[in-house]
Design a protein around this ligand. Sequence first.
Ligand code: TYM
Length: 332
Amino acid sequence: KKRILSGVQPTGNLHIGNYLGAIRNWVEMQPQYDNFFCVVDLHAITVPHDPKVLAQDTYNIAALYLACGIDLNYSTIFLQSHVTAHSELAWLLNCVTPLNWLERMIQFKEKAIKQGENVSVGLLDYPILMAADILLYDADQVPVGEDQKQHLELTRDIAIRFNDRFATEENPVFKVPEPLIRKEGARVMSLADGTKKMSKSDPSDLSRISLLDSPDLIKKKIKKCKTDPVMGLAFDPERPECNNLLSLYAIFSGKSRDEVALECADMGWGKFKPLLTDATIKALTPIQNKYAEIVREKGYLDSVLKDGKEKADEVASATLLRVKKALGFLVG
Ligand code: TYM
């Protein structure tokens, strides 16, 4: 079986962008692959963070993976910080990757502007740690949202350059991974502004729908979301909010875009919003019920993560050894 690796940062709760751009695809694909899903807690400290909430956020995300349908028969769930090879490979890659490759990263530039003088070295280095996450597992495919495309290209460049310089026939070192970005849901936009992507770091909670939002809160957020004054609804690139909301409706209701275009062509927002609200609540309720079950079962998640660590460690250590040999370290 081919291998998949992907991950989410434990910074706050998951929103429907994370779900539709990433996790939903993981769930659909998992039977055909050998899967590793990681909660990337080391990435969460690249921006200022609160130590009091990191552990809880990490737990919540791991529980949400299961609640969304990640199945342990097909998939391994683990925490990045439990497998020390991630930090170690990141260091090794740091030393053989040109600095200007990192300075070009759009996400770094965007986040760095917001933080001014407090930007950490870790924020710049973040894509190297991500490359380590992926390359350690010899991943064939990396299912992510559109915003991770540039990081995936960098990961490929790092792997190719490393192999060129250090790999041999007996020790080919890295598999070069492919990004897997689905068209539908790859870029869910903010409810407050259809030209900005939905984001965990947006200061306004009304800009996103979290997977654990109550039905009342979902209703309120959709009621207040930004729309436009044009008559009739259509998938129109000139109407970012309308486009986004119709796309969400199509995905959550399971209807095709053509069906939705036809159904909503003559509708106003007053009629459409309750439809979107119902479809969203219907899609999220089973996830929320399962989540409640998982967190009720004390100790269960700990045992899942312990098993996951063991399985991940085995694969990651083998790769790390190949890298160390290739670089000329004395390996025992
Ligand atoms: P993160 O935690 O920001 O997001 C997790 C996943 O959700 C996707 N996503 C979206 N998809 C559609 N619309 C949106 N508005 C939206 N917002 C987020 C992201 O593309 C991602 O797939 N660097 C990564 C985490 C990471 C990782 C990895 C991913 C670390 N190591 C190795 C894959 C493989 C990140 O910050 O994702």
